[in-house]
Write a protein that binds this ligand. Structure first.
Ligand code: IFM
Length: 448
């Protein structure tokens, strides 16, 4: 194999560090009504073509439901230790309540078998945004009862599969569910109401705590935790207005989900800012939410750049931006991790559960040259290593994503994969970044 790029940064990661890639159910599985699967809120959301930039949906996606063997073969060829994926709740419980769907569980059973046969550890996320439509019809995450339904689902999954899964995360990025699903209507279910979004965030946290308890009751030996998208917030200038804005942004996003889990309350600054929109919290809720977690999953893509000017000052983007328009800022990762370590003395081991970039990749002569993505990953790994050298206990890194896939309201127009997918033929082509990652992992193992 030709050498794609050398590793000229401090890449001395521990031998037992977990190298992986990540995906999620709705983004890759397709088979949206196969074998008794119920509809999810994303199936419904996509019915209104105006909601998705290219008017697409998840009906077929990467057809992973039928091609999972080929995809696990790719994972195996990459040499990853672990694969992070999510379960489509409506596949295993079509209505989100009531009867289980054995055929749906059968798919994950086969997937887990295939992973085990290839020596790849499973990191499962229970909820990556595809709520069963049946629960949405009952009020979705605005209905407190959904948190209890989620705990039932978590219990059943842990009971069935707990012994075969290395780690189970309750939620992926509840910030997005609350803020994009209920705050600005960019994501399903398409509601734009600040008060509702804040109440939803509380119910998501409550559901996390209830699910943690339920999975522990099921005596699951899997490590249990949650995955949060997190960022630091930097003021654009030294002005009081920019600094206030940055402090509030950090409080209403990163701390909003961390404080209840680790401190048993919401951050004061964010509560004050939310005023009358603050959530209704019942006695005992924080006791439920504040469960000890075995790991924290941190998804890092960018920092938040806070400018109170009109129009706002743009982020400096010294390393450029991705195809999503996101500033490339690897230094924000160690800054974030060190801040978390300082603010939360009980911080458990951390996994970087997502990191990667969208790039307008094309296949030419059977190859995909994506030096931008290799540079992105290298710079973030170097930054991650810096945080580890300063004492942050990080146990693994999952590149987002294994495959190009359905990028939510951007449809298939944004490519995050290290493996290119031709959606017309379902042909998979390893990009240069995949070849680089394979070589990088192999060299780590060899202690190079
Ligand atoms: O594709 C998403 C993923 O589903 C959640 N985290 C961010 C990714 C890129 O936008």
């Amino acid at each position: 194999m030709t050498k794609i790029q050398n590793f000229d940064f401090n890449n001395d990661f521990p031998q037992d560090f977990t190298w992986g890639v990540a995906t999620s159910s709705f983004q890759i599985e397709g088979a949206s009504s196969a074998d008794g699967k119920g509809p999810s809120i994303w199936d419904t959301f996509c019915l209104d073509r105006a909601n998705i930039k290219d008017g697409s949906d998840g009906t077929v996606a990467c057809d992973h439901y039928h091609r999972y063997r080929e995809d696990v073969g790719i994972l195996s060829s990459l040499g990853v230790d672990a694969y992070r994926f999510s379960m489509a709740w409506a596949r295993v419980q079509p209505d989100g309540k009531g009867a289980w769907n054995e055929a749906g569980f059968g798919f994950y059973d086969r997937l887990l078998d295939e992973l085990a046969a290839n020596d790849i550890r499973a990191h499962l996320t229970l909820y990556h945004w595809d709520l069963p439509q049946g629960l949405q019809d009952d009020g979705g995450w605005l209905n407190r009862d959904t948190a209890h339904r989620f705990a039932d689902y978590a219990h059943e999954v842990a009971r069935r599969f707990g012994k075969r899964i290395e780690a189970i995360a309750t939620h992926n990025e509840p910030w997005c569910t609350a803020n994009l699903g209920y705050g600005n209507a960019q994501f399903a279910p398409g509601v734009a109401d600040l008060k509702q979004s804040i109440q939803v965030s509380h119910h998501l946290l409550l559901s996390h705590g209830l699910a943690m308890r339920a999975m522990r009751e099921a005596s699951s030996p899997a490590k249990l935790g949650i995955v949060l998208n997190q960022w630091t917030a930097d003021p654009a200038t030294d002005s009081q207005a920019d600094r206030d804005m940055a402090a509030f942004e950090y409080a209403r996003s990163t701390q909003w989900f961390m404080d209840p889990i680790f401190k048993g309350h919401y951050p004061e600054l964010a509560l004050r800012g939310h005023g009358a929109n603050a959530p209704q919290v019942r006695d005992g809720d924080f006791d439920i939410i504040r469960q000890k977690i075995d790991f924290l999953g941190c998804n890092y893509y960018f920092r938040s750049w806070c400018s109170a000017a009109n129009p706002p000052l743009p982020a400096p983007a010294r390393l450029g931006t991705t195809d999503m328009g996101w500033e490339i800022h690897p230094q924000g990762l160690p800054e974030l991790l060190l801040k978390l370590k300082e603010e939360y003395p009980e911080l458990p081991p951390v996994y970087i559960t997502e990191n990667g970039m969208a790039n307008p990749d094309t296949v030419s002569g059977g190859q995909v040259h994506d030096p931008e993505r290799i540079a992105y990953v290298r710079s973030h790994l170097a930054a991650l290593k810096e945080a580890m050298d300063k004492g942050v206990d990080v146990r693994g890194y999952f590149l987002w994503s294994l495959l190009d896939n359905f990028e939510w309201n951007s449809g298939y127009s944004k490519r995050f994969g290290i493996v290119h997918v031709d959606y017309a033929t379902q042909q998979r082509t390893l990009k240069d970044s995949a070849l680089w990652y394979r070589e990088f992992i192999a060299a780590r193992r060899a202690g190079a």
